[in-house]
Design a protein around this ligand. Structure first.
Ligand code: GLN
Length: 285
C-alpha cells in the first residue's frame, strides 16, 4: 500500500488530528474523510470502496495544505466552506458563525409557532450565514421572512445561501438589530445573538478562535445584546407575537427575567439535545 493511498492517509492523519486537536477518534476520521472528499470530489462511499487508490501529486498537495490548516486549529467548516444545518447545506465563511446543532432548537420552536397555512411574518436578527432564517423559510414557503445583519460580508454569505436554496420568500437587510426596521412589525422574532462574556476563556479555544468576535462576545456579562433586543422587540411585534432567543448555558434565568422586565408574558426556556436550557422566549400581550 502506497503512503499516499486513501487508506494510509486515513490511518495516519486521523491519529495526527486526534492528538493535535484533542478530538475523539471517530470525529478525527470523519474530518480526514471530509478533506479527502473535498479534494477528490468524491463521496464517502468512494473512499470506502477504493482504499488502495493513491492521490495524484496535485491532489496530495491540496490535501496536505488543508490538513496543515486543520492541524493548526482552523475549523473544518471554514476549510470545507460549508456546514449542514437543519437538513440543508449552508455556505459558511470566516465572516459568519458556524451553524451549531443546538441552534436547530430555535428553528424548531419558531416553526411550532408558525401556522402551516396562512400569513406570518418572521424576523431573524443577526442572521450570519442565514442558517436560522433560511431553514424557517424553507420549511414554510408561504410565509415572509426578513433577515438582518450588521455585517455586509455576512449578508453576502446569506444572499448566496438564499439563492443556492432557491428561496423566494426571504428579504435580507443591512441593519444593526432594529435600526433599519422602523415601522415594521412581525409575528415572530428569532435571534442567536452574541452572548459570551468578553473575558470568557471559551473564546480562546477551538473553533471559536477563528469565528467573528462580533457574533460571539457581548459585554462583560454576555447579555448586552440580549438586553438591547429585549428592550426594543415589543415595538416590532404584533399582539400575541413571540420573541425567541438563543443564549448561553447559564443564562436562561436572567433572560427570562429580562423578558419579564420588558413586559413579555408566558416566558419559558427550552432544553437542547444536551439537556441545557438553550432558548428562552416570551409573548407580547
Ligand atoms: N454557541 C456558541 C458557542 O458557545 C456561541 C454562539 C453565540 O454567541 N451566539 O460557541
Amino acid at each position: 500500500m502506497s503512503s499516499t493511498s486513501i487508506q494510509a492517509i486515513l490511518q495516519h492523519h486521523a491519529k495526527q488530528l486526534e492528538a493535535a486537536l484533542n478530538l475523539d477518534s471517530s470525529s478525527a476520521r470523519i474530518e480526514v474523510q471530509c478533506l479527502l472528499q473535498a479534494v477528490l470530489q468524491v463521496n464517502r462511499a468512494y473512499l470506502l470502496t477504493y482504499p488502495e487508490q493513491s492521490l495524484a501529486a496535485d491532489q496530495q498537495a491540496r490535501y496536505m495544505a488543508l490538513l496543515e490548516r486543520r492541524l493548526s486549529g482552523e475549523p473544518i467548516a471554514y476549510l470545507l466552506g460549508e456546514r449542514e444545518f437543519y437538513g440543508l447545506t449552508f455556505k459558511v465563511s470566516p465572516a459568519t458563525l458556524i451553524p451549531r446543532p443546538e441552534t436547530e432548537l430555535l428553528v424548531e420552536l419558531a416553526l411550532q409557532h408558525i401556522p402551516q397555512q396562512g400569513a406570518c411574518r418572521v424576523l431573524d436578527l443577526g442572521t450570519g450565514s442565514g442558517a436560522i432564517a433560511l431553514s424557517i423559510a424553507h420549511a414554510r414557503p408561504n410565509i415572509e421572512v426578513v433577515a438582518v445583519d450588521a455585517s455586509r460580508t455576512a449578508l453576502e454569505v446569506a444572499q448566496f445561501n438564499m439563492q443556492w436554496l432557491g428561496l423566494g420568500n426571504v428579504r435580507l437587510l443591512h441593519s444593526n438589530w432594529f435600526s433599519a426596521l422602523r415601522g415594521e412589525s412581525f409575528d415572530i422574532i428569532v435571534s442567536n445573538p452574541p452572548y459570551i462574556a468578553a473575558d470568557d476563556a471559551h473564546l480562546a479555544r477551538g473553533d471559536v478562535r477563528f469565528e467573528p468576535c462580533t457574533a460571539l462576545a457581548s459585554g462583560t456579562d454576555g447579555l448586552e445584546d440580549i438586553r438591547l433586543i429585549t428592550a426594543s422587540a415589543k415595538n416590532h411585534l404584533n399582539d400575541g407575537g413571540w420573541l425567541l432567543l438563543e443564549h448561553g448555558y447559564d443564562q436562561a434565568s436572567p433572560v427570562r427575567a429580562l423578558l419579564q422586565q420588558t413586559g413579555f408574558t408566558g416566558e419559558f426556556s427550552a432544553r437542547d439535545l444536551a439537556g441545557i436550557e438553550r432558548v428562552s422566549g416570551g409573548r407580547k400581550g
